[in-house]
Design a protein around this ligand. Structure first.
Ligand SMILES: [Zn+2]
Length: 236
């Protein structure tokens, strides 16, 4: 399969493709897709595959053996069928906002506290970030959140580009995730919040920061120096 379509255009909501294979009348591989599969701590897309005016709802998308598999809830699609794929945009756009927010917060936490991001999970209605931090206090977290909102108002552009792996990994802080190095590929996809952050990343992001709206810290959990956690949300 070629590079997933969302990699170069996160705003692609609709695309035409050919069904390559269908397993168990349920798991569909396409010759190309804009559906994001569960991965990188970010939830999968849902949506629909249209064959003519027949609808096949996509209820789950995962990556198996390096192929993106679309689970449909209605049988009947066949290899060779031409389909129109339509992404559930409300869900995806929320995920994009939360994902770019994750990069923004990770950058602030890292720059201000040397925090190392140890994990995270983004779902449309719930997003969290885990990190290690020496001295932890709620006021500081709130300050970082305020800083995030100030930066959002300044509306930096978010840019996607590609870079040779070797070159990219020489840039300090390019990979902030403590235990998640990018997969072993020659070229890395780089997501840059201009002037703020650069990360090797394969996910979907907004084009500019003010699309995010306002970030709120919903909850803070403190389970020891190497296990801090915030839950956050975006509004507007
Ligand atoms: Zn990311």
């Amino acid at each position: 399969m070629e590079k997933p379509l969302y990699m170069d255009n996160c705003y692609l909501k609709e695309f035409e493709a050919t069904v390559e294979s269908v397993k168990d009348d349920k798991y569909v591989i396409l010759d190309k897709t804009a559906f994001y599969p569960l991965g990188g701590g970010v939830a999968y897309d849902i949506g629909v595959l249209l064959r003519g005016d027949e609808e096949f709802p996509v209820v789950y998308v995962g990556k198996f053996d390096d192929k993106i598999s679309h689970e449909i809830s209605k049988p009947g699609l066949k290899a060779g069928d031409t389909i129109i794929g339509i992404i559930n945009w409300e869900r995806r756009y929320k995920l994009m906002k939360l994902h770019t927010t994750a990069h923004l917060l990770a950058s602030i936490f890292h720059n201000k506290s040397n925090a190392l991001i140890t994990g995270g999970k983004i779902e449309p209605d719930k997003a969290r970030m885990d990190f290690s931090m020496e001295n932890f206090d709620r006021h500081r977290i709130d300050d970082y959140c305020k800083l995030a909102n100030d930066l959002i108002k300044k509306n930096a552009h978010v840019k996607v580009s590609y870079m040779e792996r070797e070159k990219a990994l020489k840039i300090p802080d390019m990979v902030k995730l403590a235990n998640k190095m990018p997969p072993d590929v020659d070229t890395l996809r780089i997501v840059e919040i201009e002037g703020i952050d650069r990360q090797a990343d394969g996910g979907c992001h907004v084009n500019s920061l003010n699309e995010i709206g306002t970030v709120e810290i919903v909850k803070v959990e403190n389970k020891g120096k190497n296990n801090r956690r915030i839950y956050y949300y975006v509004q507007g």
